[in-house]
Design a protein around this ligand. Structure first.
Ligand SMILES: [Mg+2]
Length: 132
């Protein structure tokens, strides 16, 4: 599968890429704007379609919450709904109910993981999301 990882901290980028590499091709970006741009490009070509997007929340320029809303907006514009939408997993240090609710309810992410994450937590989520 194809995986887009948006994370601004180089150490976390490495960690996530290592955890996710066994499951597919990982593309890394460091901010929300680049994530949205990459995602937008991927919608133009079926072969480049992402199966999973992992979003950090605290990132420069555009944060993960805004990127999530933008991704869902792009999908909606193209008539993509529930079954055909990309699976989005938030992976963040923020564990307050405000952020969790915003991502799950308003944003429409499929999973919300709190850092630090482990390889087994990621694997379990991939199973729950039906990706592996
Ligand atoms: Mg961050």
């Amino acid at each position: 599968m194809k995986i887009l990882i948006a994370e601004d901290a180089p150490v976390n980028q490495l960690l996530l890429a290592n955890f996710l590499k066994p499951y597919g091709e990982c593309h890394l970006v460091s901010d929300g704007e680049s994530a949205v741009e990459r995602f937008r490009e991927s919608l133009e070509e079926t072969a480049r379609k992402y199966d999973l997007v992992c979003l950090d929340i605290m990132m420069p320029e555009m944060d993960g919450q805004a990127a999530l809303k933008e991704i869902r907006h792009l999908e909606k514009e193209r008539g993509l709904h529930d079954g055909s939408r990309v699976k989005v997993m938030m992976i963040t240090a923020l564990d307050d109910s405000g952020n969790i609710m915003e991502a799950l309810v308003k944003g429409g992410c499929e999973a919300y993981l709190t850092k630090p994450v482990s390889a087994s937590v990621i694997q379990q989520q991939l199973v729950e999301l039906g990706l592996i």
